[in-house]
Design a protein around this ligand. Structure first.
Ligand code: PHE
Length: 442
């Protein structure tokens, strides 16, 4: 019988995939892939997902499943030595995703603005309009406060409700909706003239673009896209059902994450190439270029715009909910308070950060709206790879091997030794390279 407070198998897969599938898949992946060698980049990215990403995901799942607690207590409980140090590292790692949440929620507020613009016929018609509208959306503090505040409160509410009644339920509803919208949009883009060009842009094989940097960025991206290094998978896995098959769950999660990234790319670029949009990088790709393309399609464009930005919002919400869980669980267990109280406590510092980001875009703080970029830079380039590095080092060097063998040898069979050496040696070295490269030392 299903225990209370334990995910169902499908609930766990969808919740973890929900965390993985986010703005990164839709906004970042397609562009980086097209620019960095297309099919050649994809090959390296997939190898990195299969060997590094999946290995680290298995590591976090194993730790969470064994510790059955918040990341900090799990590290403390499972360490063979230096337990207090590891407890503190666990606290640190758990805080990373809350910092991401504080600015992610602002991006989601902008997406709400674009749903509204699509529905009300307000999408931009020219590139200059598009720039202006994007600037207006970012500077509109009232709208950002209202929709950002609602998403903020709703996300905390869902996590406070608990793993089964909150997180699992949300993902069981939103993930199928996201999959249906994406499938519909893929089918639509198949009918567009630019589809073939989109396939070529994304999958042309150009090994000459594969430099050391591209290689490292593929590895870094494979961690980011699976939400690794933040204690999220570790925290979710504390509520895994006993008889779960780790490997099978990972296969489904990786398949979902990768297919959404590819479909997003095919869809976005089919539109751009059909309607002569310029593939630009970063947020500009959807907020500026794609929204201008939608406006050329009349009523269809309005419908597509609402569908696209809504699925993006949902994908973002399932990720933002996951960002709250590690720290909320930590406070809930450490201070022995209810989840609701933990949510209230945690929401205060998080809200202060979010408000600072909004003020920064509203022209206050005198930083030209760059607080979000700075936070994102530090998180994605320094703290996440650091979190991932610590997690692999922990399993490889601070957890009794006997314990790992007892649980995973049977599931992994011949692959156990390969996985264990990846986690113990290869992944830490690769992560140190990623870290050095991202902060500009290589
Ligand atoms: N995986 C999410 C994405 O691709 C981003 C994320 C990173 C979410 C880290 C949670 C933690 O958009």
């Amino acid at each position: 019988m299903k225990q209370k407070n334990t995910f169902s198998k499908i609930g766990f897969i969808l919740a973890t995939a929900g965390s993985a599938v986010g703005l990164g898949n839709v906004i970042r992946f397609p562009f980086v892939m097209g620019e960095s060698g297309g099919g050649a980049f994809f090959l390296i990215y997939m190898i990195s997902i299969l060997f590094m990403g999946a290995s680290l995901m298995l590591t976090e799942m194993f730790l969470g499943h064994q510790g059955k607690a918040a990341p900090a207590s799990t590290f403390e409980k499972l360490a063979t030595h230096n337990n207090t140090l590891w407890k503190n590292i666990g606290w640190g790692i758990s805080s990373f995703s809350n910092i991401i949440f504080s600015y992610y929620v602002i991006l989601l507020a902008w997406i709400v603005a674009y749903i509204w613009l699509s529905a009300s016929g307000g999408l931009p018609h020219t590139a200059a309009d598009a720039d202006q509208i994007f600037t207006n959306v970012r500077g509109d503090m009232l709208a950002t406060f209202v929709s950002g505040g609602l998403i903020f409160a709703a996300s905390f509410y869902v996590v406070a409700k608990g793993v089964v009644n909150g997180i699992e339920k949300l993902n069981l509803i939103l993930m199928p909706v996201i999959l249906i919208i994406f499938t519909g949009m893929l089918l639509y883009s198949l009918t567009l003239d630019g589809f073939y060009e989109a396939v070529v842009f994304m999958f042309h094989i150009d090994f000459s673009k594969i430099t050391l940097h591209v290689l490292i960025s593929a590895i870094g991206m494979s961690f980011f896209t699976l939400s690794l290094g933040t204690g999220i998978v570790l925290a979710y896995s504390a509520s895994l059902p006993e008889d779960v098959n780790f490997v099978r769950s990972i296969v489904y999660i990786v398949l979902l994450d990768t297919s959404i990234a590819i479909v997003s790319g095919l869809m976005i670029f089919s539109f751009l190439f059909t309607y002569n949009g310029d593939p630009s990088a970063g947020f500009g790709l959807v907020f500026i270029t794609l929204s201008t393309v939608f406006s050329k399609l009349g009523v269809w464009g309005e419908i597509l715009g609402v569908a696209f930005f809504t699925s993006l919002l949902f994908a973002g919400i399932t990720s933002s909910v996951s960002m709250i869980e590690p720290m909320l669980k930590t406070i809930h267990i450490r201070f022995n308070v209810t989840r609701a109280k933990a949510a209230v406590i945690l929401s205060v510092p998080t809200a202060i950060l979010s408000i600072s980001v909004v003020l920064s875009f509203g022209g206050y703080l005198g930083d030209g709206g760059t607080l979000l970029d700075k936070l994102d830079y530090v998180l994605s380039n320094v703290l996440l790879p650091f979190g991932a590095l610590m997690t692999t080092v922990f399993l490889g060097w601070f957890v009794e091997k006997k314990r790992v063998v007892a649980v995973l040898q049977k599931q992994l069979g011949h692959f156990f030794s390969l996985w264990y050496s990846i986690v113990k040696y290869i992944a830490p070295i690769a992560l140190i390279l990623v870290l050095f490269s991202l902060i500009g030392l290589i």
